[in-house]
Design a binder for this molecule. Structure first.
Ligand code: ATP
Ligand code: MG
Length: 266
């Protein structure tokens, strides 16, 4: 794969590279020299780079280095293709001026999604939620909800749960994909949804979110404001990161060392 990359065999490289799981693509990417990485930006599309960045596990200050290697328009397009929560995480590491610059050249809808996530306090539910969820209405049929699902599926972080909202966008119910698929096409959503929804408040601590997710065994939790307006969702993969961060914190305290990232074998 590397050889194809060095030799400039674009198609051969792409064929091998894109077969890898995005996590392995991300691993490959960070192992390369800046020169090789620059070649990757030429051979891959912003959407393909976005998949890599959605799976990057790097120190916060490293984002700056990688982004500075790319053309600003490429960065903006890549950020727009990332999940909004991940893109906001990246932007939170940059200077305000840079952030404003990327948001201006990005398409409006993506910029709005990301912007909405930029200002939540660190370690709160809001800071780890994403706005890419599937919302349906109580007074529609299963059939029409299915059409919404089909239309929105590609852009949602998870399609496993559909959240039911009213006209004011307040959260009134939830339905799992399995429940939707096994319901009669003509049934009304209000008759098949669960109306006792477990949710978290936007400024709740992320550790509390992790606890709720573990206790209830859901794959995602909805995030609401004080008036029960649906703001976003938190998926279990983001919670796994919180739990491992927490373990590192606790380990640091136990060992009496400063709170730095530590590699250890549990
Ligand atoms: P599976 O067989 O894959 O588990 P499922 O339909 O049982 O499918 P679960 O993820 O186990 O899906 O969800 C269990 C139940 O909890 C479903 O009825 C689902 O609608 C409901 N549910 C999901 N999220 C919430 C939530 N935030 N609050 C309340 N109920 C929820
Ligand atoms: Mg179940």
């Amino acid at each position: 794969m590397l050889q194809a990359l060095y030799d400039g065999k674009i198609e051969a490289f792409r064929k091998q590279f894109l077969k890898l799981h995005p996590y392995d693509r991300a691993k490959f990417y960070v192992e390369q020299s800046p020169e090789v990485r620059k070649r990757m930006y030429e051979y891959l599309s912003p959407a393909e780079m976005a998949e890599i960045f959605d799976h990057l596990d790097i120190e916060e200050d490293e984002y700056k280095i990688y982004l500075s290697e790319m053309d600003p328009l490429f960065v903006a397009q890549m950020l727009a293709h990332m999940y909004a929560d991940n893109a906001a995480d990246v932007l939170n590491e940059l200077d305000k001026k840079e952030v404003a610059n990327y948001l201006t050249i990005m398409d409006d809808e993506a910029a709005k999604d990301i912007q909405g996530l930029l200002h939540y306090k660190e370690y709160t539910a809001g800071s780890i939620m994403t706005t890419e969820y599937i919302a349906i209405h109580a007074n529609q049929t299963v059939r029409s909800a299915m059409q919404i699902l089909k239309r929105e599926a590609a852009n949602a972080e998870t399609i496993y749960y559909l959240y039911v909202v009213n006209e004011q966008r307040q959260l009134v119910g939830v339905l799992s994909l399995r429940e939707l698929l096994t319901s009669d096409d003509d049934a009304m959503i209000c008759d098949v949804m669960n109306d006792r929804v477990v949710s978290v408040f936007v400024d709740e601590d992320q550790e509390e979110v992790a606890r709720k997710m573990q206790n209830y065994d859901f794959l995602a939790l909805p995030v609401v404001d004080m008036n029960n307006h649906l703001l976003g969702i938190i998926t279990v993969d983001d919670i796994v990161d919180v739990i491992s961060e927490e373990a590192t914190d606790d380990y640091s305290k136990l060992a009496g060392v400063p709170d730095v990232d530590i590699q250890y074998t549990p």
